[in-house]
Design a protein around this ligand. Structure first.
Ligand code: C2O
Ligand code: CU
Ligand code: CU
Length: 497
């Protein structure tokens, strides 16, 4: 896959008869949907024609350090840069958006975002609804002026709560609707809002099936009547319209929920809102059915956690801090050894919800102090975890894909831009020295590096990594393993068991 992503101001007809100023990608809001198969390389030239600094981040996609869209890698107005990396993770609905230093909120609000969908053959085997029955939907809330301009003018109070709007745009469209038949639909729901949290439901309260979260499919569908969707998060659901008569309609909406800010007299967090209306226009039912099981995954084991890191989320004056500090681009706040299982414990001592997001790894929710059992939307692989006021949420994580400096932040974009962000460094694994003599391969690493396990794979993207069974021996101060490549050249890596 290749192509170019040109970000520039544009005027779009969002409301009939009006021209609305936006920041578009290749002329559109949202930007083009990037679709790749697992194992393919993602390549794009990002052209910044915005007239101010810009960098794009591939949210949920595990990208190498300098490709990940860290704000220090932003480019000046008029510049472009090349992105290129292989995508090796399981199928999932990811997205991309601006990640510019202190301009993320404004740029994303103006439209700099799009879907990034990863597919793989394993997922295709479940017979889920496809093509016209596979619908990505991104929710954004706006404040709109009388001349139909998107207003972004956060007050100090807006920065405290995050910028909330009262007009919904779904895939950039107000009063959005979708014509459907009486079949089964796969909806990929993305919360692309700066601060608004949705409690997604059908207006008649009918159950639907939750099949996936941030990092792809769940082990099995879960029937729900509503699900929380915080900024940055994704939910994949199956909705069966065979329950509706042809000629009827049903609204996808956000239900009201208590707690969590908003300005007096302005838009509030947790208010009921219409998202999108489905018109059941055709009697066709298709042949997709809800699978009994989906994609199994191996949960991280809390017993293997090597440490717990505590992140205290607090209010300080008019801003939100992590462990008492605001973001400093030059400071690295903590270091994570490559491959270690860790528990990250979020303690929210304030009165605002914080959807916490770490780059460079996916995680699993372990516990939530406010709930005896986890809600289904906490299931599967996550990259953004909602931490409600007063709550302590623990997640299990492991950084085992890329080393380097990445960011960890609140995905309430006003919180992020006002400093609720950290730098952390994933320390590299030891360098593996590989020497070949015909089919005999000698692998070694420093003696000081204890407890690593050597694995090999037939392909660099490592769909399957196998343990190299030989025990390492110390030779000249290095752990050494000698193997014979009888079935062809292989790739090797060190991982923490
Ligand atoms: Cu979608 Cu660093 O974020
Ligand atoms: Cu991200
Ligand atoms: Cu926050």
């Amino acid at each position: 896959a290749g192509g170019s992503l040109a970000v520039a101001r544009a005027n779009l007809t969002i409301w009939p008869g009006y021209s609305t100023a936006v920041s578009a990608i290749n002329g559109g809001v949202p930007g083009p949907t990037i679709r790749l198969r697992r194992g393919e390389e993602f390549a794009a030239r990002v052209q910044n024609n915005l007239g101010e600094p810009l960098v794009l981040h591939w949210h949920g996609v595990l990208a190498p350090e300098r490709m990940d869209g860290h704000p220090r890698d932003q480019v000046a107005a008029g510049q472009s840069y090349q992105v290129r990396f292989p995508v090796r993770q399981r199928a999932s609905t990811c997205w991309y958006h601006a990640h510019t230093d202190q301009l993320t909120a404004e740029q994303a609000y103006a439209g700099v975002a799009g879907f990034f969908i990863i597919e793989d053959p394993a997922e295709a085997a479940f017979g889920l609804p496809s093509s016209s029955h596979d619908v990505p939907l991104v929710f954004t809330d706006k404040r709109v002026s009388a001349s139909r301009q998107l207003v972004y003018a956060p007050s100090m109070m807006d920065v405290m709560s995050g910028y909330l709007g009262d007009v919904m745009l779904v895939n950039g469209t107000p009063d959005a609707w979708l014509s459907v038949d009486r079949g089964l639909y796969r909806l990929r729901l993305l919360n692309g809002s700066n601060a608004r949290i949705y409690k997604v439901a059908l207006s008649d309260g009918r159950p639907f099936h939750l099949i996936g979260t941030d990092g792809g499919l769940l082990a099995a569908p879960v029937s729900v009547t509503s699900a929380m969707l915080a900024p940055g998060q994704r939910l994949e659901v199956l909705v069966d319209f065979s329950a509706y008569a042809t000629g009827t309609s049903v609204m996808l909406k956000s239900l009201s929920f208590p707690g969590g800010g908003g300005m007096m007299g302005g838009p509030q967090q947790g208010t009921e809102m219409d998202l999108l209306r489905f018109y059941v226009d055709s009697a066709a039912t298709g042949n997709a059915t809800v699978p009994a099981t989906l994609q199994p995954f191996t949960p991280l084991n809390p017993a293997q956690a090597r440490r717990t890191r505590v992140f205290t989320l607090a209010v300080s004056g008019m801003v939100h801090t992590i462990n008492g500090q605001l973001f400093n681009m030059q400071r690295t706040d903590f270091r994570v050894p490559f491959g270690d299982v860790e528990i990250w414990e979020y303690r929210n001592t304030g009165t605002e919800p914080h959807p916490m997001h770490a780059h460079a790894a996916l995680c699993q929710v372990l516990s939530r102090s406010s709930a005896a059992s986890l809600p289904p939307e906490d299931g599967g692989w996550k990259d953004t975890v909602l931490v409600n006021p007063g709550e302590t949420v623990r997640v299990l994580t492991r950084f085992d894909t890329h080393s380097g400096v990445f960011v960890h932040h609140c995905h309430n974009l006003e919180h992020e831009d006002s400093g609720m962000m950290q730098n952390f460094e994933v320390l590299p694994p030891p360098t593996l020295t590989v020497r070949r003599d015909g089919t005999i391969v000698t692998l070694s690493w420093p003696e000081a590096e204890q407890g690593w396990r050597l694995e090999s794979s037939g392909e660099p993207s490592g769909a399957a990594w196998d343990l190299v069974a030989q025990n390492p021996t110390l030779v000249g101060g290095r752990w050494t393993v000698t193997v014979s490549e009888t079935t062809g050249r292989r790739f090797y890596r060190l991982v923490k068991p």
